[in-house]
Design a protein around this ligand. Structure first.
Ligand code: MF3
Ligand code: CO
Ligand code: CO
Length: 284
């Protein structure tokens, strides 16, 4: 299957240089990403209030539309390659790109909400997991493992590290917990376009691949399954589900490479991580 990140490299932003066709951004770009990222994080914070038995997924879409409208932002997914919604809502065995349609959340469901807001030209792309009421133990564990996998990937980021270090950190941790990495989708460069080079794979070998440099901006967004890693596309050509119907989870942050390591642009100012699941000893 085609990963959606394979898009042509756009012309560089004013505040960007290029190496090997990967843009390097300066302080103004980081400030722009900080503002767009904070807005996306605040939107995902607000989504938590909608997560209960009986909420139609379309209510989440409406919330994101209204949020964007009131903060001078545009949801990047609206009209993107024909996608018709302001966010993606992927429930239980849906891996990604689920439609926020009339389907209702039910007790114990887990759902990933993925939002990308364009604000003052910069793209803040982030997703989180939410549990409806009390999740089953296996679902809770998957969410914890997936969050930790994303953080292990992010923590591998510093100038001089390689893309393979990120993928290796994610893959080795997920597999050590007997979970599978979905290989059909990956993270991507971001900035003033939605999906830029490079691809940020969620598997790989340490020390291999493109060398990271200060000023790079991209997403880290692993999708992890409780069962096997294979996915299947539904007839709508968007919704990806696990082939074995096992539960799938995903987290996503937009980050920048700094002199000392990384900066996360889409962190919740309220310290929210996953709704209804304990992360790092805190339940939010
Ligand atoms: N936000 C997704 C990502 O992390 C992309 C969604 S594209 C859509 O890259 F069209 F499905 F919305
Ligand atoms: Co993304
Ligand atoms: Co996203």
């Amino acid at each position: 299957m085609d990963s959606y990140i394979n898009v042509p490299v756009a012309p560089p932003a004013k505040d960007a240089r290029r190496t090997e066709s990967i843009k390097l951004y300066g302080p103004d770009a980081f400030e722009g990403m900080r503002r767009a990222g904070a807005l996306t994080a605040a939107c995902l914070d607000g989504v938590a209030d909608l997560i209960r038995h009986g909420t139609p997924l379309s209510d989440i879409n409406t919330y994101v539309l209204d949020f964007a409208a009131s903060y001078d932002a545009i949801p990047a997914t609206l009209g993107y390659k024909g996608y018709k919604y302001a966010c993606c809502t992927s429930v239980n065995h849906v891996v990604c790109h689920g439609f926020p349609n009339e389907k209702k959340l039910r007790e114990s469901d887990i759902v990933n909400v993925d939002v990308t807001l364009i604000h003052e030209g910069w793209y803040g792309d982030s997703s989180r997991m939410y549990a409806v009421g009390k999740p089953k133990r296996a679902a809770e564990r998957l969410i914890q493992i997936t969050h930790k996998a994303m953080m292990r990937g992010i923590e591998a980021v510093r100038p001089g590290a390689r893309l393979g270090d990120i993928g290796h950190a994610i893959q080795s941790y997920a597999q050590s917990e007997r979970c599978s990495v979905v290989r059909d989708f990956c993270g991507h460069g971001i900035g003033q376009v939605f999906h830029d080079s490079p691809n940020i794979l969620n598997f790989g070998r340490a020390g291999e691949g493109l060398e990271l440099r200060e000023g790079m901006i991209f997403t880290v967004e692993p999708m992890i399954n409780l069962g096997r890693g294979e996915v299947k596309m539904l007839a709508d050509d968007w919704t990806a589900v696990t082939r074995d119907k096992s539960l799938s989870a995903q987290f996503e942050h937009s980050i920048g490479v700094t002199a000392r390591g990384f900066e996360i642009f889409t962190r919740s100012s309220q310290g929210l991580h996953a709704h209804g699941v304990e992360i790092n000893g805190e339940t939010t």
